[in-house]
Design a protein around this ligand. Structure first.
Ligand SMILES: [Zn+2]
Length: 441
């Protein structure tokens, strides 16, 4: 099938006006102008005043938290995350699955084809597989008691990862997430690092998200430390930043996705660059929780491999990658008082090729190039909010929203098209999610 649109945006080369993409057997076979002329028997689908581009890659989210949207509002970060954890205690696996299915539905509806997701319930593996999403799903583990032993917990984690991996299908792989340095003790972190090093598993964790996290690791002070002191935990002041601390523990950097990196020093940026740590930038979540915004300009200038993530609906609400890209540009420009701090083309590269590199999938996805997996989307440019559009980068980043997505294709399969989902029943998903959400009220 040849897909034609007003613009084709390959990302790795200039936009093509009235461009075409030939898709066969789940792969992009060719891209350019007038492909139909030399292939008279090939069917052509003209998407009209739209742009065809690679699927968006949401490198940091928690789809099983989707029904937590609007559940905890206007709280500082640490009380917020504690309240979410308490609410989560009311849900069983079927509830987490209902929630993850709702998140997956929103992602394919909004042009996301690939995810980096951290899940404690593990339900995201099942939901992503059903929806047809590709990506890496990191099974979370927690344990903040410095004196506790975690050998059995990490053995069970390894078993669960193997089990989930064997049922994950071709498009999804399963890694590990020791949630953060403030929810994982040094012992737990060391055991997880041994596991992922031995097995070559991908890792994700939250890093330098808040000033409270910095104070906790550096000086064993602040809100987080005060909370743990109520359990008589023997806390250590590390005298280091979270990035330095993880580096010292020997986290296998090039397999690691560090989400947030809001409060990072020059020395931290050196480590992230030299060790090829992957960074997930989640500016809307950081802003909503009032924790700051990461120095994206500097992160990108240093050549650090970076993608864009929404984080969960509990802090991002709509999981709209268009809004996330827009916010990423505008926040840098606002904070830096500099129009050159970030731009639409660069952020779209981060949300596609950047995300693919973060997840180690840049040879397979992230751009429209012959031989790559046909993960592509079509976005309508005819709505009054973006029409007429002479620059597809600006139109997509400054004007478009999730609702402008016309089609989402993953591995050559159309999973969403004009309000219809090929694999899932959206009405049933919403019904089940609403039912599970009643446990949170
Ligand atoms: Zn997160």
């Amino acid at each position: 099938m040849i897909y034609r649109a007003h613009f084709v945006l390959p990302i790795t080369r200039d936009p093509i006006e009235s461009g075409e993409v030939l898709v066969r057997d789940g792969k992009i076979q060719a891209i350019g102008l007038d492909l139909a002329a030399s292939l008279p028997d090939e069917p052509v689908e003209d998407l009209g005043h739209a742009v065809i581009l690679p699927g968006l890659i949401n490198v940091h989210t928690h789809l099983d938290y989707t029904i937590m949207r609007n559940m905890v509002e206007n709280q500082p970060f640490f009380p917020w995350i504690r309240r979410l954890t308490e609410l989560g205690g009311r849900l069983d696996y079927e509830d987490w699955l209902a929630s993850a299915r709702l998140g997956a539905l929103q992602l394919i509806r909004s042009g996301v084809t690939c995810i980096g997701d951290s899940t404690f319930s593990g339900a995201v593996v099942e939901a992503a597989k059903e929806a047809g999403l590709c990506g890496t799903i990191y099974l979370e583990t927690f344990g903040s008691d410095p004196s506790a032993e975690y050998e059995q917990q990490v053995e069970a984690l390894a078993e669960r990862v193997h089990e989930l991996n064997s049922n994950a299908g071709d498009r999804v792989s399963v890694g590990v997430s020791p949630h953060s340095v403030y929810t994982s003790s040094e012992k737990l972190l060391r055991l997880v690092i041994d596991l992922v090093t031995d097995e070559g598993l991908p890792v994700a964790l939250h890093v330098a998200e808040t000033q409270e996290e910095i104070a906790f690791i550096k000086s064993a002070e602040g809100l987080i430390a005060d909370y743990y002191k109520t359990f008589n935990f023997d806390l250590k002041a590390r005298g280091k930043t979270p990035v330095e601390y993880l580096h010292e523990l020997g986290l296998p950097s090039s397999k690691t996705v560090a989400a947030h990196c809001v409060h990072v020093t020059e020395a931290d940026l050196d480590i992230l660059a030299e060790e090829q740590v992957r960074v997930a930038h989640c500016p809307k979540s950081n802003a909503k929780l009032g924790v700051g915004t990461a120095p994206l300009t500097e992160i990108v200038q240093r050549g650090i491999i970076t993608g864009i993530g929404t984080d969960s609906a509990a802090s991002d609400d709509n999981l709209d990658m268009f809004e996330e890209m827009r916010f990423a540009v505008l926040a840098q420009r606002a904070v830096k008082e500099n129009v050159e701090a970030m731009n639409a083309q660069r952020v779209l590269e981060l949300a596609t090729m950047g995300g693919a590199a973060v997840l180690g999938l840049d040879l397979e996805i992230g751009s429209l190039e012959p031989g790559k997996q046909a993960d592509m989307i079509a976005v309508d440019l005819s709505s009054p909010s973006v029409f007429p559009s002479t620059d597809p980068y600006s139109a997509l980043v400054y004007g478009c929203s999730a609702s402008d997505v016309l089609m989402t294709m993953i591995d050559g399969e159309i999973v969403y098209r004009a309000g219809k989902y090929s694999r899932v029943d959206s009405g049933e998903i919403k019904r089940q999610a609403a039912l599970s959400a009643t446990k949170l009220y």
